[in-house]
Design a protein. Structure first.
Lengths: 510, 510
C-alpha cells in the first residue's frame, strides 16, 4: 500500500548507496514527481553518511490530492531508475499551502486563505544554540508575527561576535578574527573551508528551525546571502560556482517546505563585488530550479534592485519613509513588504533606536496604504542578546499594538487594502480627498481604513459612495475599537477625539 | 536746520498739489535720495486728498549715517524740482536694520546682528478690525516669533468668510457671495472695482500693522498675491497691468519700512492662470523698483518655483518632510525657510491637525539641519477665529517649546548651523557619521547640534575633531538643559536617557 502524505506537507525519499569520489559534486540525482499529466522535476541531495553508506534524499511538496508517483535518474547506478508511488491526502487541519501573490498587491495561501505578512526579524536566531533558539520559539508562539526574516549564513556584526554551533562547509576556522575588520567590507575569504563539501548537519539544523516555524504558522523568509561577515568566515565572498552550488543545495533541501521564501540577500548593495547581473543570475537559477516556485525577493540598503523584474515576486524594501508605499506599489505593480523600517530599541544607531510609538506609526502608515511592514527589536541588554539578531525575548511596547493592527488587517475584506488616492496607482479617489489624507486604503467601496498618526483632528469629512456605512474609531495605541456612527450616507462628518494615534474604519452595512 | 532721521528708520516727504485727472495714473513723481556719491531713486505715491488738495508722499530708509538730500521730478509742475536735506543719525536703541542673507544659508540684520526667522502665520490678521488686531499684537508681544506671514489682500477660504474693514480699490462689493464658489478656482473677477484707483485708507491700515510688528521686532513677510479669493473680490484674477500697478504702489509705500519682506505669493501654483514667466516678471519688477532690496521669495503648494533664480533671495517652502532641508540648501544654495510644514491644531484638514509634538519634531528637524521652520495654529473654536488666519490668542503646546528652541538656535555661534553630513552640501562629515544621523548641524568645528526626535537611544558615539569639548543634553519637550560631559576628546560615548525628544549640543571648550 502506498504511503500517504497530506497536501502541502512534504514527502522525503531516502536512498542509501556507496559513494565514490565527492558525493556532492560527482553524483547527480533527479527525481521526477508525477501527478496525472503534471511532472515536477526535483533535485536530490547528498545528506552525509549513515551506517557507513551515503544517504541521498529527495523531497517534494505534493500540492494536489490524489495519486502521485516518482522515479529517479542518476549517474550512480544504485540511485538510477528507482520508482515509487504515494497518495496525497487532504491537508492537515490548519494547513493552507505555500503563500502566493494574489490580486497584484497581496498574498494568500495556496487554498485561497488570505495571508498578511506581519513579519519580524531575528537574523541569526537559528545560529545561537538550542537553548536560546527554543526560547525564541516560545516567544514567537505568543507573538503576533506571521513571518520571520532569518539568514542561512551566520553573522558577524555589532552585537554579533559569537560563532555558530556548526558550519556549512567542511573545515574549521583557524586563528582569531581581527575585530578591526568590522569596519571593512570585501575582506578576502579565509582558506580553511572545503567549499566542495557541505556539512549536512548545518543544513539539517536549518531545516529543523524552518519546520519549527512552520509548526507555529510562521513563514521563513530565508536570507540566502548577506554582507555581515567581515572576514569572520568569508561566506559573503565565495566564488560564483560556490554560490550557485549553495543555491542548488538549498533548493534541493528546502523547496518542499511550504513556509520557505527566498530572500536573495539582505542589503544586497553592500555586497559590492556582486553586480546586478550576478543577482539576476541567482534569481533566475532559483526560479528555474524551484519546483514549487516559492516567493522571491531581495532586500536593499540604499538603492533598490529593480523589483519590476519578472523573477521578483514582491518588493522587499528597507526604508524609513512609509508614506512612499503607494508609490512603490504603483512603480513595481507587486506587493510591497517594508521588511526593515527601523527597529524599536535604544541602541546608538539610528536604525535601532525607534521609540515604540514611532515604529507603530510606521507600521500603520504602511499597512493602511496597502503595504506590509516588518518588526524588529534592538533593546540593549548586558548579554547583548538583541531580538533583531539573536532572538530570545521581546520587551518592546510595539508588540501588543502590532497584534492589534494584525487583527484590524485580518478583518479587512480579502485580499486586503489597496492604496487610496489619486496617486498614480490606478486606485480610486478615496472619500477624504487624496490631498487631505494622512494615510488611507480601501477594498473597493466596501471598506475604508484611514489613519491619522501624529495628527489630532476632531473631525473628518467623508464623501461616501452610494449606500449606507458604519464607522469605528480605532485607538492604535490603546488598542480600543469604538463605534463612530451607523447608517451613514452621502457627505458625513465623523467626530474624533482630538488626540494622536487614531484610525477610522468605514464599512458598508450589510 | 535739517530734520534728523535715525538710521534704518524711514523718512516721509509729503507734498500737496491740485490733481487733475486720475492722480494714481496721470501723475508721476520720482524722488532721488542722495548720500555722498550714492543715489537712491524712489517712486512717490498718491495718498488721497486732504483739505481739498491731493497728497503725494515719498519715503526712504536712510541706511548710512550723515547728510542726505533729495530732489523731485514730476510731470505735475507743483511737484517737480522740489528739494531738501536731512541728517541720518545713529540708529535707535535695538534697531539693527533690514534683514539680509549672510553666509549663503543664513540671515543677519544690516548691522551684522544675527537674525533667525522663527516665523508664525496669521494670513489676514490685519483684515480683522482693530479689536482683534490689537489682541493679536498683544499675543505676539509675549510669543517667540520673529517673523509674521501676512497677506496684502483679504482671504476667502474655510473659516474665512468675513469681509475686511475696507477695500484696496475704489468700489463696493454688490450682491452676495455664493458659498459654492469656494470649491472653484479661477473665478472671473467682479466688475464693481475701479482698478484705476487705489483706496489709500486700505494701504494706510496695512502700513500701521507693519509698523506695529516692527515695534515688536517682528519681520513682516508680506504675501503680495494669493489664490484664496474664490470670486469674493477677484483680487487673485486682476489683469497684469493692475498687478504691476499694485506692486509699484506697494514698493513706493512700504519699501522704506525696514521689516518688510516681499513674498510674491502664497501657493503660487494654485493661481493657475499665472505662468512662471509672469512670476519671473513680477519678481524682476520689484527687484528693479525696490531701492532697499528687501528679501524676496515665493511660496508653493505642490511644485516649487525655481528658487535658484537670481531674484530669489531665499527659499520659502511648503513641505511636511523636514528631512529634506539639507537637500534644498544644497540644491538652491540659499537659506531655506520652511514657512509651512503644517499647523498645530485639530481641524479636519491634514495640514491643520498636527499634534504639538509632531510640529515640534518638524521644527527641530528643520532647524538642526540649518533651515528655518514656521509655525501656525489651527485649533477650532466657536468663533472660528483660527490663529493661522485671523490671529487672536494662542493655545498650543508647541509655542513655549518653540521659544526654547529659539533660545537654543540663538546660542549657536553666528551666523548659524550648516547641515552636517556627506549630503552633497559641501559641508563636513559630522562626528556621528552621516548614515547614522537623525538630524545634525554644525558651526565649523566649534559647535555641533544633534537631534533624535522620535528615537530613544541610550548612547551615541562621536568621533570628535581635535580639541576638547563639552556636551549638553537638551530635552526639547520638557525644555531642560543638562550637562552631559566636559573635557571630551577623541571618540566618546555620550549617554542619553532612552526617551524621545532629546537633542545634544557639543561645544568646543574655550
Amino acid at each position: 500500500m502506498s504511503p500517504t502524505v497530506p497536501r502541502w506537507d512534504h514527502i522525503e525519499l531516502a536512498f542509501e548507496a556507496e559513494a565514490e569520489g565527492n558525493p556532492f559534486l560527482d553524483v547527480s540525482l533527479q527525481v521526477e514527481f508525477v501527478h496525472g499529466h503534471r511532472r515536477l522535476p526535483v533535485e536530490g541531495f547528498y545528506d552525509g553518511a549513515m551506517h557507513g553508506a551515503g544517504v541521498w534524499r529527495a523531497r517534494c511538496m505534493p500540492d494536489a490530492v490524489g495519486d502521485w508517483r516518482w522515479e529517479t535518474r542518476s549517474n550512480l547506478p544504485a540511485l538510477d531508475g528507482l520508482s515509487g508511488a504515494f497518495v496525497c491526502a487532504p491537508p492537515a487541519e490548519g494547513v493552507h499551502g505555500p503563500v502566493q501573490v494574489v490580486d497584484r498587491y497581496h498574498f494568500a495561501y495556496a487554498d485561497g486563505t488570505p495571508y498578511h505578512p506581519v513579519g519580524t526579524t531575528c537574523y541569526v536566531w537559528n545560529h545561537q544554540g538550542d537553548a536560546l533558539e527554543e526560547q525564541t520559539l516560545r516567544t514567537l508562539a505568543d507573538a503576533p508575527f506571521s513571518k520571520m526574516r532569518m539568514c542561512v549564513f551566520p553573522k558577524r556584526y555589532l552585537y554579533n561576535l559569537n560563532e555558530p554551533p556548526c558550519y556549512p562547509f567542511v573545515g574549521e576556522p583557524t586563528g582569531t578574527w581581527d575585530r578591526s575588520l568590522i569596519r571593512q567590507r570585501d575582506v578576502p575569504p579565509p582558506d580553511y573551508w572545503d567549499f566542495d563539501q557541505f556539512n549536512p548537519a548545518y543544513f539539517q539544523r536549518l531545516e529543523r528551525r524552518i519546520l519549527d516555524l512552520q509548526a507555529l504558522g510562521i513563514e521563513a523568509d530565508l536570507i540566502l546571502f548577506h554582507p555581515y561577515d567581515h572576514g569572520a568566515w568569508g561566506f559573503d565572498q565565495m566564488p560564483r560556482e560556490v554560490n550557485e552550488r549553495v543555491l542548488r543545495y538549498l533548493v534541493a533541501r528546502l523547496a518542499a517546505f511550504r513556509n520557505v521564501w527566498w530572500s536573495f540577500a539582505n542589503e544586497f548593495d553592500l555586497m559590492r563585488h556582486l553586480t546586478t547581473a550576478d543577482w539576476d543570475h541567482y534569481f533566475r537559477l532559483v526560479q528555474t530550479l524551484d519546483p514549487h516556485q516559492h516567493l522571491r525577493s531581495i532586500h536593499n540598503c540604499m538603492g533598490f534592485y529593480d523589483h519590476a523584474k519578472p523573477w521578483v515576486t514582491h518588493c522587499s524594501i528597507q526604508h524609513h519613509d512609509l508614506t512612499q508605499v503607494a508609490r512603490w506599489l504603483a512603480l513595481y505593480g507587486k506587493p510591497v513588504v517594508v521588511d526593515e523600517c527601523g527597529y524599536e530599541g535604544d541602541i546608538g544607531q539610528v536604525w535601532g533606536s525607534l521609540s515604540a510609538e514611532e515604529l507603530l506609526v510606521r507600521f500603520w502608515l504602511g499597512f493602511t496604504e496597502g503595504g506590509y511592514v516588518g518588526h524588529g527589536e534592538t533593546y540593549w541588554n548586558p548579554e547583548e542578546r538583541l531580538w533583531w539578531s539573536k532572538g530570545g525575548t521581546l520587551q518592546g511596547e510595539s508588540v501588543p499594538r502590532i497584534a492589534f493592527l494584525r487583527e484590524v488587517i485580518e478583518a479587512v475584506p480579502p485580499p486586503g487594502l489597496d492604496p487610496a488616492g489619486a496617486d498614480g496607482t490606478g486606485s480610486r479617489l478615496i472619500p477624504e480627498g487624496s490631498w487631505n489624507k494622512v494615510a488611507g486604503g480601501h477594498r473597493g467601496d466596501d471598506y475604508f481604513l484611514f489613519y491619522y498618526g501624529m495628527h489630532q483632528p476632531r473631525v473628518r469629512t467623508f464623501h461616501l459612495p452610494e449606500g449606507r456605512y458604519r464607522a469605528e474609531l480605532l485607538d492604535t495605541w490603546n488598542m480600543t475599537v469604538t463605534p463612530a456612527g451607523a447608517g451613514l450616507s452621502g457627505t458625513v462628518d465623523i467626530a474624533l477625539p482630538g488626540r494622536k494615534h487614531m484610525a477610522l474604519r468605514i464599512m458598508r452595512e450589510a
